[in-house]
Ligand binder design. Structure first.
Ligand code: TRP
Length: 372
């Protein structure tokens, strides 16, 4: 679905404009999804004992059919997880958001996971990447997935061009139910769109139908249009509709907008060096005042501050600590310089660990890759 309004556009291949907190409610309405309610969160908590901070803070904010999924689960009908990555470059922290929750869900529900690397898609949409390059990124990015700690016995990484034998018969069944007019309407394609793209959504549907069981897909809200199609087609193929759990876009380091691979200064990549991180954080946009005197007098504006948002989304899972930081900034008791230094240290500590695990993942790759 192409969502256009005064200031932003959200499609699976283009996210533009300055998306504000209040826009997510609009997105929910216009995409026709359901808000993630406290009642649903409580139901999840019944099974998990606690709630992940990404749920508590409504960074995952919307869903489709989660209630049904939990009904099935409570009847003893276990679900599997499915998510993915378009391998067009290195992974940044924003990409990790849905994967972090997926890992938590895998642990809590002992759920099997299919993780799809769409090297075909990224080749088809890119003006510059060759198929060899996108495939290469699929393997590179798989290391980041593995580094997050997914269980090898419960996880299968699918690389589209490698595992096509498994996907193709399923994708064909989807494609036969999918018309050109639907992909035009949903994605805004026109006569100049290459035919690979017209077919591609069938490939992204395929992992939902590897098993005829309830399926839960944690994903960025931009990917919802693909699965609207999948959900329409599922019953026609005798399958259950996959349930979806939608995530917000990770904040960037610039004055506005999300973390974006095409603007590397707004994003922290998992492969960044300590110096890169220090530089990017030093230059990040904050909610601070021009002078220390003004900061003391007026207080900072944490709600506008990218440093604050990085803590909220990634690095401070403790709600109480988060509130204290907000308050201290508001009262003008903290200064941007010190917050930046602390955050850069925290990120570098995380990246040192992640990069170590990423190296170790090279040896584990074979255990994770799907074999036809
Ligand atoms: N198309 C997605 C992207 O470009 C990758 C992807 C494939 C995906 N399957 C998915 C994302 C399932 C979320 C859920 O990033």
């Amino acid at each position: 679905m192409k969502k256009e309004s005064r200031k932003f556009t959200v499609t699976p291949w283009k996210i533009e404009g300055n998306i504000q907190e209040e826009d997510y409610a609009k997105l929910t309405k216009e995409f026709g999804t359901e808000p993630l309610t406290n009642e649903l969160l409580e139901r999840i908590k019944k099974h998990t004992g606690e709630l992940h901070y990404l749920l508590r803070r409504k960074i995952f904010f919307s869903h489709r059919d989660l209630k049904w999924l939990l009904d099935e689960y409570e009847k003893g009908n276990k679900f599997f997880l499915y998510t993915g990555r378009g391998p067009s470059g290195n992974v940044h922290l924003g990409h990790l958001l849905p994967w972090i929750l997926t890992k938590w869900l895998q642990d809590k529900f002992k759920a099997k996971l299919y993780f799809q690397m769409t090297d075909d898609e990224k080749f088809l949409v890119s003006q510059k990447l060759s198929l060899e390059e996108t495939r290469n990124y699929a393997y590179e990015n798989a290391l980041d997935v593995i580094a997050l700690g997914f269980k090898p016995e419960l996880t299968k990484i699918i690389i589209d061009t490698e595992n096509i034998k498994k996907l193709y018969p399923i994708a064909l069944k989807v494609a036969k139910k999918l018309t050109f007019s639907t992909v035009k309407a949903v994605f805004g394609f026109d006569n100049a769109t290459n035919v690979g793209m017209n077919f591609f959504t069938s490939i992204q549907s395929a992992p939902c139908f590897i098993e005829n069981k309830p399926c839960l897909i944690p994903l960025g809200i931009d990917q919802d249009p693909h699965f609207r199609i999948t959900r329409d087609i599922a019953p026609k193929l005798g399958f259950m509709k996959p349930a979806l759990l939608h995530c917000k876009f990770a904040p960037g380091l610039g004055e506005s907008g999300k973390m974006s691979a095409s603007q590397p200064e707004t994003a922290i990549f998992t492969t960044d060096s300590e110096k890169d991180v220090e530089f990017k954080i030093r230059n990040a946009f904050t909610g601070g005042r021009e002078t220390i005197a003004k900061q003391k007098q007026l207080g900072g504006m944490p709600e506008k501050c990218t440093i604050y948002h990085y803590l909220l989304y990634f690095f401070e899972p403790d709600d109480k600590a988060m509130q204290e930081k907000f308050h201290a900034c508001r009262m003008g008791q903290t200064y941007c310089g010190e917050c930046k230094v602390k955050l850069a240290e925290t990120i570098n500590k995380f990246l040192r660990e992640h990069q170590k695990k990423r190296e170790l993942a090279k040896k584990q790759l074979g255990k994770f890759l799907m074999k036809d």
